[in-house]
Every structure is written in C-alpha cells, then in structure tokens.
Design a protein around this ligand. Structure first.
Ligand code: EPU
Length: 416
C-alpha cells in the first residue's frame, strides 16, 4: 500500500493546474448511458474513482476511448443493466447508473451501497423519487431492482438536499413522459454542470442552478461535447495548503465564482486572494487566524472542505468551532491531527480547535478522501517528518496530489 512521506516546513511558490471536478465527472460519465450517440468529454480528471466508474460502464457495454483528459463515450452497445456489489462497495457514486439505465432501458439492478466511513449515507431518496415516477422497485439479495416500461413525470420533494439523488432523478426525468419537478434540489455547481451537459444532449431543463428543476421529458437524447467544470474542492484544498505553509501560489484552469464562501473564510484566515476568469492567486505571509464555520449545502460552506480548514485551524492563532451538519461521522481526521500535536476536542457535531504554535510530524493514517487531504496539509505545516498511510483514499479524488505539491516546493514523496 502506498504511503506519503512529508517533510514539513517549505513555503509553497509557483503555479498549479487544477483538474476537472471528480463530483461532476462521475455523473457526467453516467449520462453516457442515456444515449446511443457519442459524448465527447474533456477535462476529465485522472482519478481512481473515474477509473472505477469507467470500468463499471465498460462492463455495461458502454464504448469508451480515453486519451489523457479526453474521454469519448458511445452508448449504442449498452446491454448489461447491472452494477454489481464489488463495484458499488468500492465507490458509492456507482448508484448514479440507476436513473439513466431505468430511463433508457426500463430496468436496472444496482447493488445497495453498504456502510461508509463518513456516515450511513442511505439512498432512500433516490428510490423514493424513482417510485414517484412510476418505477416498481424491489430490494432483493442486497440489490435495488427497478423496472418501469416508461417513467412518468412527477413532482418530487426530497426530504433533504441530496447531490447524487438530485443527479439521478434529473437524469431519469430527461427521458420520462411529461413534466417532472424536482423541489429541494441540490444546487452544487457539479449538478449544474451535469444539467448543462444534458441540455446540450437535447434535454429540456429549466431552473438550472436553483432548488427547483423543471424537466420536460424528451423521446431521445443525442451526442454532445462538454468540458468538465473545475474541481472547486481540489482548488480550495491547495488554497488551504498555502494558508497553512505560507507562500505565493497561482491556481490555473479554475474559477473563483463557485467558491465564494470558502474564499471568504480564507480571507478571514489572512490569505490575500486575487483572481481572474480562470485563475486564483493566494499569498500568505503571516500565521493563519482561526475561523469558525458550519458545513451546509451549496452555496454554504462545503462539507468536503471541513477537514482541510480544520488543518489550518490547528496551527492558527486563536480558537475555533467547526460544526459538521451533512455527515454524522466526518471527524475521523481529528484523532490523527491530535497525534501531530493539535488540540481538538469533539462534542457531537462540533469540533473545538485551540490553535497551537506548532505541529510535530508523526506516522498517521488516512481514513477517507478529504481526511487524507487534511493530513497532507497538516504534515506540510508540521515540524519534522510525517508518514501518511492508506493514501489510496487520496488517489480516489486527487489527481497526483504529491506531484502537484512537489512542483511548488513541498517536500513530499510517495513510497511504494
Ligand atoms: N441522504 C439520505 N438519503 C438519501 C440521500 C442522502 O439520507 O437518499 C443524506 C446523506 O446520508 C447525507 C445527506 O443526505 O447525510 C447529504 O448526502 P448527499 O446525497 O448530498 O451526498 P452524496 O450525493 O452521496 C455527494 C458527493 C460527496 C459530498 C456530498 C455532500 C459525489 C459523488 N459525492 O455525495 O463527495 O460530500 O455530496 O456535498 O458527488 C467527496 O468528494 O469527498 C464526497 C464525499
């Protein structure tokens, strides 16, 4: 199992190119199931989760050609309407094949995702929405078996805001008969990116970017070309790294307008930020200031940035309170940060962080994707050497993070 060895201390200086967003690429790849035509995708990130999704889609008969960050999909040969347990258990986003398969082929069998490190993460809202559209759904031997000759438009109000739930129902509704209204829809930029692709494929969707998506089903969708939106979480992760270590870094191929709240928090931390249409520059020369926040759905503070900001808070001047409202178990990095000398205590959904003058390197263990990124940040700011185990979590969602960070001066190496 690969590990990362990090020598803390160096400030970061230079440019980093940001990859396409994992959480946009995954549903967008599944949209390839909705048409027998060709989708030409660019800016698809090199990630383990993307590789897993492509493997799953290939098993279903989707034609796939990959050339660097360009991926061409052709759905003419799709004939296996199943996502097996061994794929779904490694990547919960496999559930995103359910809506497209059911809408185009009238049937799908998708393994129920099991437990997850950051919370229980049920998919009841995906099922509730598809049932409202007329699907017959049974759960048998750990599989969701869904059938519907033709899905019918419906008004669906999900109990909570769900990102992949919105995406699944949105894709299903594009080929349903009549009008579907998705109320309480997720507004994440990745949902918007998917919706824009679907429109380019011929879908009729209004309300894109709002919490009410109105979809008029069409007979068929056709091919399209699409560039995957920038990864706002990768962007903000590198900005937190600069906040923690100091330095002057420009991130390219990214956008500031999908990161408003995180950028405001970074300014509170003391980072000087400037930006253009496709770049963000971060300059930091002082000790960070502690910032309190509460995670919420977009456009609020993203849960996927909670751990990385906590790493900054660990060495910041002052105390902070971090409240996690989206997932019930997303503080697994806290024990590991405390091993580096941080002072963090947990009280239910709140973490109280008392900033310390310095962290000291130690062996630590990555527990999930964003927790891994937060340990990389903490290790770069710590004195001495940190060895991070189980970094396969990091590879799921960050494109060669250690290569990008080494290029701007971090002392970080992968140990095979
Ligand atoms: N929920 C339910 N029932 C459902 C669906 C969701 O109870 O049917 C609950 C979840 O358990 C959770 C909350 O609703 O407490 C929100 O979950 P959501 O469905 O929005 O999460 P998701 O779609 O499974 C996506 C991202 C996550 C990100 C969350 C929240 C993808 C592939 N994943 O997950 O990304 O944390 O939205 O923004 O888009 C990551 O990239 O590290 C990651 C975990």
């Amino acid at each position: 199992m690969d590990k990362l060895l990090i020598q803390g201390g160096p400030r970061l200086n230079g440019d980093i190119k940001i990859s396409g967003a994992k959480n946009a690429a995954l549903p967008i790849l599944c949209a390839g199931l909705l048409t027998s035509d060709t989708l030409q995708l660019s800016n698809v990130p090199h990630l383990q989760d993307v590789a897993t999704m492509l493997k799953l889609l290939r098993q279903m008969g989707l034609g796939i050609e990959q050339d660097g960050e360009n991926v061409t999909l052709n759905g003419a040969g799709v004939d296996k309407l199943e996502a097996p347990y061994d794929m779904v258990k490694t990547m919960r986003a496999s559930i995103l094949v359910l809506g497209p398969l059911l809408a185009r082929f009238g049937e799908a069998r998708v393994s129920l995702p099991g437990g997850c490190a950051i919370g229980s993460r049920p998919v009841d809202q995906h099922i509730k929405g598809l049932q409202a559209m007329g699907a017959e759904i049974t759960i048998e031997a750990g599989y969701i078996h869904a059938k519907a000759k033709k899905l019918k438009g419906a008004r669906i109000v999900t109990d909570m805001i769900t990102v992949t739930g919105t995406e699944n129902l949105l894709m299903a509704a594009t080929l349903a008969e009549g009008e579907t209204i998705l109320d309480n829809a997720a507004r994440e930029p990745e949902v918007t990116d998917l919706a824009n692709l679907l429109v380019a494929m011929g879908a009729n969707i209004t309300g894109i970017g709002t919490d009410r998506l109105v979809i008029h089903g069409v007979e068929r969708l056709h091919g399209a070309s699409h560039k995957v939106i920038a990864d706002r979480i990768e962007t903000a992760t590198f900005l937190c790294a600069v906040a923690a270590t100091g330095g002057d870094v420009t991130l390219t191929n990214t956008r500031s307008d999908i990161l408003d709240v995180a950028l405001d928090k970074l300014r509170e931390v003391g980072v000087i930020l400037t930006s253009g249409p496709d770049w963000i520059r971060a300059q930091m020369s002082a000790r960070p200031k502690a910032v309190s926040f509460r995670t919420t759905e977009y456009p609020g503070f993203p849960t996927d940035m909670q751990a990385q900001f906590m790493a900054v808070n660990c060495i910041a001047e002052g105390s902070s309170r971090v409240t996690e409202t989206i997932f019930e178990n997303r503080f697994m990095h806290v024990q590991e940060m405390n091993r580096l000398g941080a002072h963090i205590s947990i009280d239910g959904h709140n973490a109280i962080i008392n900033g310390v003058d310095k962290l000291v390197g130690a062996p630590v263990m990555a527990t999930d994707l964003r927790a891994s990124a937060s340990l990389v940040i903490a290790a770069m700011a710590a004195q001495g050497e940190t060895l991070i185990d189980r970094i396969y979590h990091l590879d799921r969602g960050y494109d060669r993070m250690e290569v990008k960070l080494s290029a701007v001066g971090a002392n970080i190496q992968r140990i095979k």
